[in-house]
Design a protein around this ligand. Structure first.
Ligand code: PEP
Length: 220
């Protein structure tokens, strides 16, 4: 089955040239899986004329309204730019105060514009994973949504979630939803094998290093 590998570049790299070169390396990857590249909004131009069947364009966030909302990007703007996927509810945005209600509006707006939401869910250190997921997964309002299970304590920290724990959470989600479920949290080319029961992975830091990213795509 085709796996999905999402590259979340976050606020990187710091120039268009570097973003274009990184994308150029990714485009050369030979794979039957699907790669979704989510660059910064200002680097969307890397996608012009370069998308193929294996690589899809993604965004890191979306706003649910249009008009007097300084700094925001709407779903119709993304759609107009041929963006297909959008990450919603990333823990780094939740940490800035984003609520599940706002996430719900973003998801509805994305779906209304035929974008595929990638909803990030996951517990912080010492939080009860089932309790957190029960509440965050209320936003699974469509089978089209991709669920990204990302334990917050494993994001950008180099701390790995054991495959045993990740698989338990996977089963917990699978019992409730038929959606695709991917894993994220310090994934690199070696540990990616631990999450092979998932439908793919969401990769942050390691997606900025083309060699490591290629290894992830090969080993996923
Ligand atoms: C992420 O950005 O969601 C992520 C998983 O980052 P990292 O791979 O760096 O932990």
């Amino acid at each position: 089955m085709k796996k999905i590998i999402v590259a979340n570049w976050k606020c990187n790299p710091n120039s268009f040239l570097k973003a274009r070169n990184l994308f150029h390396d990714i485009k050369k990857i030979k794979t039957n899986n699907l790669i979704v590249v989510c660059p910064s909004f200002v680097h969307f131009n890397i996608f012009k004329f370069q998308i193929n069947n294996k690589i899809k364009a993604g965004a890191q966030d979306v706003f649910y309204k249009e008009g007097a909302f300084t700094g925001k990007i709407s779903a119709s703007m993304l759609k107009d730019y041929k963006i297909k996927y959008v990450i919603i509810g990333h823990s780094e945005i939740r940490a800035l105060g984003e609520t599940d209600e706002q996430i719900n509006k973003k998801i509805k707006s994305a779906l209304d514009h035929e974008l595929i939401p990638i909803l990030c869910v996951g517990e912080k250190k010492d939080e009860d994973v089932k309790k957190i997921l029960e509440s965050q997964l209320k936003n699974i309002i469509s089978k089209k949504i991709i669920i990204a299970y990302e334990p917050v304590w494993a994001i950008g920290t180099g701390k790995f979630c054991s495959s045993e724990k990740a698989n338990k959470v996977l089963e917990f989600i699978k019992k409730r939803f038929k959606n695709k479920i991917i894993y994220g949290g310090s994934v690199n080319g070696d540990v990616v094998k631990n999450y092979s029961n998932f439908d793919g992975v969401l990769v942050g830091s390691a997606s900025l290093n083309s060699k490591e990213f290629i290894k992830i795509v090969k080993n996923v």
